[in-house]
Design a protein around this ligand. Structure first.
Ligand code: SAH
Ligand code: SF4
Length: 390
């Protein structure tokens, strides 16, 4: 049995309540359209069942709707062929199966594709599809908030103040709309990889500051009678919201990525200001407790390579010391510049040396190849108002 480090449960619970209360202040608008119809996307199974019951229909209708919405990807009630015409019409009077509007769709020369999705209140986020360069599969990088409160110094999203949290419909809707764009319906059965085969919650925003909506969306995505993506195919990235990490691990069991970026508190305080609240020691302790981590499912430590800031050999050795004993890998991300950014990317030689030190200590240390830089789609370049490149 692994030894879980102790932590102050009372303090953590109080902090968690505070985070959830703050998330509520930035709550998304309701799922009811101006014409009174309700969007069925983003409702949990229980909520969908309640809607169906309130409309005076039998419970099995909820199961049928779930299948049409999340397995078949159908948005038009008249195409739901197992439902009789009069009921189709009744459903269409009361409900919609919504999608975010594609307000910009850009293709990089490396095939990475970036969508600007606009929601009903005109707020927008970016979503990126990153195809595997070799195989027919790829990752959809999903946003969780419009903007971010956290202002990490090297991140473009951090320059955009938080407008609001995304709803569960808007989170799952990014994936569904991306699937529409690649004609990937119905959902694949079992583990057959398809183009949109994994989800990374690595877009705009801090997913653990919008936990409830992210959790509802991920439960929908993981439901075996719908989209059916296994928790192993989902990775949630956090800048280190310690009190919510345990809960995400227990309730969702998805893979965890942690934006570490520095091995000393003085530097991390500066680069990732959230560190002042949850310092490195607490963050590593939360990683040690993370229930869904194992040797088969290692925690990814993300580490942006900033020239002359955090890329020395001493830093690399300190990193190895920090993660000792954790089932971990280190993802080195060469800094991606954006308009107005002040940092420089580490030299290839410095990155190589850094990666070697980590690898020699027995950890995998892939260097993330920047993708979609020409359309500002790479890590940390996303922002709602991004203009087309060129
Ligand atoms: N807010 C979450 C999710 C975003 S994930 C988080 O911070 O973890 C995006 C990853 O890209 C994070 O590790 C982030 O720190 C990193 N990143 C941000 N700006 C970057 C940049 N300009 N270049 C490279 N990586 C960057
Ligand atoms: Fe927010 Fe993550 Fe960017 Fe930091 S790196 S500002 S937490 S989106």
């Amino acid at each position: 049995m692994s030894v879980k480090s102790p932590y102050n449960a009372e303090l953590t619970a109080a902090d968690r309540d505070r985070i959830l209360a703050k998330a509520a202040i930035f709550a998304p608008p309701s799922n009811v359209l101006a014409d009174g119809r309700r969007d069925l996307v983003g409702l949990s199974r229980e909520e969908l069942a309640a809607e169906v019951a309130a409309a005076g229909e039998k419970p099995f209708r909820a199961k049928q709707l779930w299948h049409w919405i999340y397995h078949q990807g159908v948005t038009d009630f008249s195409k739901m062929s197992s439902i009789a015409r009069p009921l189709q019409e009744k459903l269409a009077e009361h409900f919609v199966v919504g999608r975010p509007e594609v307000s910009l769709d850009q293709l990089s020369k490396d095939e990475t594709r970036k969508f600007l999705f606009k929601f009903r209140d005109n707020e927008a986020v970016e979503t990126v599809y990153i195809p595997d360069p070799v195989e027919d599969r790829g990752a959809v990088c999903i946003s969780s908030q419009v903007g971010c409160t956290l202002s990490c110094r090297f991140c473009h999203t951090g320059t955009q103040r938080l407008a609001r949290n995304l709803s569960s419909a808007e989170i799952v809707g990014q994936f569904m709309a991306a699937r529409d764009a690649y004609n990937e319906w119905p959902s694949p059965k079992g583990e057959t990889p398809r183009l949109l085969s994994t989800i990374v919650l690595m877009g705009m925003g801090e997913p653990l500051y919008n936990y409830e909506n992210v959790a509802t969306a991920m439960k929908i995505v993981m439901d075996g009678e719908g989209i059916g993506l296994s928790r192993r195919r989902i990775t949630l990235s956090t800048s280190g919201v310690v009190p919510m990490m345990d809960r995400a691990g227990e309730e969702l069991g998805v893979n965890l990525a942690v934006s570490l970026h520095a091995v000393r508190d003085d530097l991390r305080d500066e680069l990732v200001p959230l560190n002042r609240k949850y310092p490195i020691k607490d963050l590593i302790a939360a990683c040690k407790r993370y229930p869904a981590a194992s040797n088969a499912r290692r925690i990814t430590f993300e580490y942006v390579m900033l020239k002359g800031i955090n890329d020395s050999e001493t830093d690399a050795r300190a990193l190895v010391y920090l993660i000792a004993g954790l089932p971990a890998k280190v993802n080195l991300i060469p800094f991606n510049p954006w308009p107005g950014s002040t940092y420089e990317t580490s030299s290839p030689a410095a990155i190589r040396k850094f990666a070697d030190i980590i690898m020699d200590a027995g950890y995998s240390s892939p260097v993330r190849t920047p993708r979609g830089q020409d359309i500002l789609a790479a890590c940390g370049q996303l922002k709602s108002m991004a203009q087309p490149a060129g």
